[in-house]
Design a protein around this ligand. Structure first.
Ligand code: MN
Length: 168
């Protein structure tokens, strides 16, 4: 698939090459889901809701294990490689929340307007405790993306979300 990634080939060439190989290894893995326990028969749901709450943010939701795993992203999600966004994991939402658009009333948690910013489906490539690699098929976000848990500010709710350069 990628000769540069073969063991012994051009070893220690440079750091960026090693990084590229790591990415290729991840991308080359079987698309068989590991963390996902239920299927709807279709590709799992991917959605981003733009949420004009007290502080504007973007809610990334991925259908995994029969729920929508959710992350709040304080800035516009990355459409190209090279941009890393903080993504704060929030409580799981039920699957039917994926189609929700509307106004959460004043006084309620998350009061403000919710609109669907992007939608489609995704294919899990690698699902681990601290890392999710996925192929997103949305309208705004397309391609291979990565979520990596960080210990940023000591919270295990903090992840980084970014697009990976893909040669698939
Ligand atoms: Mn929200």
């Amino acid at each position: 698939m990628n000769n540069r990634c073969k063991k012994g080939n051009r070893k220690k060439k440079n750091i960026s090459l090693i990084r590229a190989c790591r990415n290729h290894r991840a991308i080359g893995k079987s698309p068989e889901p590991k963390g996902k326990t239920e299927t709807t028969g279709n590709m799992p749901i991917y959605i981003i809701q733009k949420h004009a709450a007290r502080r504007l943010h973007y809610d990334l939701r991925l259908e995994m294990g029969g729920v929508l795993k959710s992350w709040a992203i304080p800035k516009e999600p990355p459409t190209v490689p090279g941009i890393k966004r903080l993504a704060v994991q929030v409580e799981d939402h039920s699957i039917d929340y994926a189609t929700f658009e509307g106004v959460i009333p004043e006084g309620a948690y998350g009061a403000g307007t919710v609109e669907i910013w992007d939608s489609g489906n995704f294919q899990p490539i690698e699902v681990e405790e601290n890392k999710i690699v996925l192929s997103i098929n949305g309208k705004r976000l397309k391609g291979t993306f990565c979520l990596v848990r960080t210990k940023f500010q000591g919270s295990d709710k903090n992840w980084l979300f970014f697009k990976i350069k893909s040669k698939r």
